[in-house]
Design a protein around this ligand. Structure first.
Ligand code: AMP
Length: 423
């Protein structure tokens, strides 16, 4: 038997229903925030991710799905959404033909060759947003408010927002130099990856999953102590606007996030319920004022986040969050014999186009088994089509709850159901 590829999973049943509910809520929320829906390709030129995500990140050095197509092009399955959206923003010249800021949202599969474990897959889904063209702290605060408000709408309570700032380029450089000085005597105590990070991007050392418990990590210099005035003011404003929206947060000075492109605000939202597991970061993001330029666009501020859908679904399950899912169907149609199937199908079409969830018996069951089946579907009404019904156009309808039977003409069927469907 052929099995699914390692690190992937199937969706069906109740999980599928719950996921669709969450997706609809995301779509509705993005409409209210007035973000524009973007869909970019699932594969892009490999160089986009090398430059966009960064040559020194684990994502690019160890985790991408790279391949050559039949035309010998180097392509990569996208490991994250930001690079593609930035490419699209530049390629479609949105800086010149769109309202500024351009506020984009996306949803789709991402691919990383990681070691699969609970909350970590090789194909996973992300919902994310990116906003281009505002350097104001309002934008950072708005971006952080989106996941917080989504969790609030869903009824997810056990969350914690962590924020930090890396400051602008000047502050970030000062901080970088301080880290180089600080780690110099400890370099041999660090893991092999961190020794490489020391040379290429020392900020990344603080992100290390191997070394994070070492004392040398805990006592490392803090970004906050290397901020210039502009950067301090920006961070103060972000906090002020979060406070004004009653969003609780904690400042976590070791939070630098894994990607090369962040400036100023970085944030993560984690599931704070005890026992959730180690993969508890539901969502992460921040400001990236250099990225558009790095990808050959005009100098443009950017800020965004990406949220993992699998971990969100686990958190919802963990907290037993209830969702108003549709339970049961409206009509179950029974053709009594081969001769009535065409008419029954015609009626099904009418019902479905008028908004009623409708099933038909596809398996030539007898009447008794059909009633049982209608019960299994929890159908509100049963419509029986025999020879007489087909000839006369007067249908036999049973209300499956009250067990009442009605004779209704085909013309009046929709009105009758509209009036009697109830809640
Ligand atoms: P990142 O793009 O690495 O900042 O990740 C953003 C969010 O995507 C994380 O907080 C997770 O919720 C989710 N995520 C990242 N990698 C994976 C993965 N391999 N499997 C499932 N979810 C992931």
């Amino acid at each position: 038997m052929i099995q699914k590829a390692k690190g992937t999973y199937d969706i069906y049943g109740d999980y599928g229903k719950r996921l669709l509910y969450v997706e609809e809520l995301i779509e509705g929320l993005m409409e209210k925030y007035n973000y524009e829906y973007f869909r970019t390709p699932i594969f892009e030129s490999s160089s986009l991710f090398h430059r966009g995500v960064g040559d020194t990140t684990d994502i690019v050095t160890k985790e991408t799905y790279d391949f050559k197509d039949r035309g010998d092009r180097d392509l990569t399955l996208r490991p994250e959404g930001t690079a593609g959206i930035v490419r699209s923003y530049i390629e479609n010249k949105m800086y010149g033909n769109h309202n500024i800021p351009v506020k984009a949202w996306y949803y789709g599969p991402m691919f990383r060759y990681e070691r699969p474990q609970s909350g970590r897959y090789r194909e996973f889904y992300q919902f994310g947003v990116e906003a281009f063209g505002s350097s104001d702290a309002l934008m950072d605060a708005e971006i952080i408010s989106i996941p917080v408000n989504l969790y609030k709408l869903l009824g997810l309570k056990g969350i914690k927002v962590n924020i930090n700032t890396l400051g602008d380029n000047e502050s970030r450089n000062n901080y970088r130099n301080a880290l180089i000085e600080y780690f110099k005597p400890y370099i041999n105590d660090l893991c092999e990856d961190c020794q490489e990070r020391y040379n290429k991007n020392p900020l990344r050392i603080l992100d290390c999953k191997v070394d994070h418990n070492l004392d040398v990590m805990k006592n490392a210099p803090r970004t906050i102590d290397y901020l210039n005035e502009t950067s301090k003011e920006h961070f103060e404003n972000v906090k002020k606007y979060l406070d004004s929206m009653n969003i609780d947060y904690e400042i976590n000075t070791n939070l630098v996030r894994g990607l090369d492109y962040y400036t100023h605000t970085v944030f993560e939202v984690e599931a704070s319920v005890e026992g959730f597991g180690s993969q508890n970061v539901l969502c992460g993001g921040g400001r990236y004022d250099n990225l558009v330029e790095t990808l050959d666009g005009p100098k443009t501020s950017g800020v965004g986040f990406a949220m993992g859908m699998e971990r969100l679904m686990t958190a919802l399950e963990y907290e037993n969050v209830e969702m108003p899912l549709i339970d049961g169907i409206d009509c179950y149609v029974i053709p009594m014999s081969e001769n009535e199937k065409d008419y029954a199908m015609h009626i099904c079409g009418d019902l479905r186009l008028n908004g009623f969830i409708t099933e038909i018996d596809y398996n030539n069951r007898n009447l008794k088994n059909n009633f049982k089946n209608a019960d299994k579907f929890n159908s509100k009404f049963i419509i029986i089509i025999g020879e007489q019904e087909k000839d006369s156009g007067i249908l036999t309808i049973k209300n499956n709850g009250a067990k009442e039977e009605y004779k209704i003409s085909h013309d009046e069927l929709i009105d009758f159901l509209d009036e009697n469907m109830g809640e």
